[in-house]
Design a binder for this molecule. Sequence first.
Ligand code: ZN
Length: 233
Amino acid sequence: MTSSTPTGLHIAEDVEALIGPRHAAELRERLRDFTCLLCTQPGHPDRGAASLVIVAHGAFHSARFAHADCLPSCVVDAPDSNALPGAVELIPRAVGVPTPQGTRPVLLLAFEEELLLLDNRTDPLPAYLTALGLHTGTGLGRAFPASPGWQARFGSKGYLAVDGPSGPILTDGAMVVPPVWRDLVHADGNTVTVLLGRLDHDHIWAPHPPFGAYQQALRAGTLTGGLVTAQFI
Ligand SMILES: [Zn+2]
């Protein structure tokens, strides 16, 4: 095998200095298919070199990727640093959480692009989430207080939109809604517990909901929740 095509994930020195060696190693290890931040075409580090691009949304930093030919590894500022949920995609998941009162329907919204917690900095996420009217400190099995101004709308073919009190949180989302989960939402008077925040990549994509990881994130304040109205349209 002879090939001169460079492959792998390139991380510039200043980028690695910002995110720290642990995040850099994790991202190098994990990167598979990605969508190029610049040309929006698919890429894979085995087929051509990729670049790590850190997008700064104010105090938040998320990891994105690009073809190395499109954009070198760098740190860029997001155009609107205040619109975090709109700028960083959310992965929705319908989860049934077992509680002593029965199964509670939970709509989990996890940031897709990894929101990096930089070493030696205060995590800006808990304050950001509570400012949206979500609540910290409630255990997964307990009922969350209501979050006024929030609404989740479910349409046909898995369409999902979520609004917060100050604007859209998720637009044009797609999620599998199991009929039994939908029945639970109806039975709760068309309300659903929304959980929004940061989870590790493996926990977002775990085949079975990792309740222990959710609970840990709730305790840390990086996952917050509230009871919101649900509408089936
Ligand atoms: Zn590209």
